[in-house]
Design a protein around this ligand. Sequence first.
Ligand code: PMP
Length: 417
Amino acid sequence: MTVTTEHATTPATEEPKAADLFAKFAPLIRERDTLLETGVRDPFAIVMDEVKSPTEAVIDGKDTILLGTYNYMGMTFDPDVIAAGKEALEKFGAGTTGSRVLNGTYQGHKACEEALEEFYGMDHAMVFSTGYQANLGIVSTLAGKGDYVILDADSHASIYDGCFLGNADIVRFRHNNPENLEKRLAKLPPEAGKLVVLEGVYSMLGDIAPLDIMVPIAKKYGAMVLVDEAHSMGFFGEHGRGVAEAQGVMDQVDFIIGTFSKSVGTVGGFCVSNHPQTDFLRLVCRPYTFTASLPPSVVATATTSIRKLMYAGNKRAHLWENSKRLHKGLRNLGFTLATEEPESAILAVLLPDQEKAVRMWQALLEQGLYVNMARPPATPAGVYLLRCSLCAEHTAEQVEQILDMFEAAGKATGSIS
Ligand code: PMP
């Protein structure tokens, strides 16, 4: 007998029990429990008790240097940024309580879009509530059923999720491999709609894309090109526009996606483009339309930060110095890094397995240094790493302190001899 009434509470005895929808996570839950039973801390459950500056926080009562944030340009505590946020909070209230296409576009959202247009030298900008939603929205809206998204295998989750939402056909090519990109493009029907999606900096290994080679290949096959500059905005190129600017291919890129949650120092996402129909996307892009817009204080902080980042040449230079100093120091200590040379503000220290990575991560935390522990699926299969992301506000002395902590933790855990 099958019980079909809506409110039935007693299932017939022969009926199978409702499946526990958590069952599919059982292997992961077991793996996590086994790891935590060894006495290590959960690297994904850190709480910042206090944040003192872009580079210092208190974790578990201990003063800790932050080397695992996306605060590349140190804008979170910039006095002008904070003042702009406070003023907008007072004047416009705590939130918009509405979608961008209804009551949720204030003059501050338009001012922020104008700042982005100026920052990138592009005709159109759309501000989203997060960078995740910007990728989700733009990729899914541009590439629908019957279209192709050609993407790097190591693309960010928000790009993959955009492909799933839009129902486009996904064609992956090998990470940062122009020949493989061309091989994939050559096999696609010439008349089909194609969107090639690239990232300026890949956030797990900290390596940069050869956009100067890949973008022209995409164009040769008639594809539109989207570049996610989440980890490069503010830092790369003369004006801080990203890797596309640094490599001289801005004019061939159709869409740039970015975020306010990294160099800009707050939260939010955006798309900039010269395509004349960009504004039309506001009406058909579900992750833009069906969610509340950013609070006025957030867009005000973003606008001020973006305008300051246009003239942040000194900060960019200091961040490069920090990246070079730390890369060289870690190599000299005997650590294995993901890139031969420092390519961005992210340096990934590779470790052989999860247990060694967590032990090293914990030893660093005990020394007073926070880095990101990263594992699959965030990283490529089988790759466990400690991600160090530098800030323009780290002093040279802090970088030396960081190296001393790596030396002590590396020796204590046997990661270096
Ligand atoms: N793109 C990339 C490459 C990212 O690394 C991230 C976030 N880590 C995002 C997009 C999403 O940004 P947000 O934090 O604004 O959602």
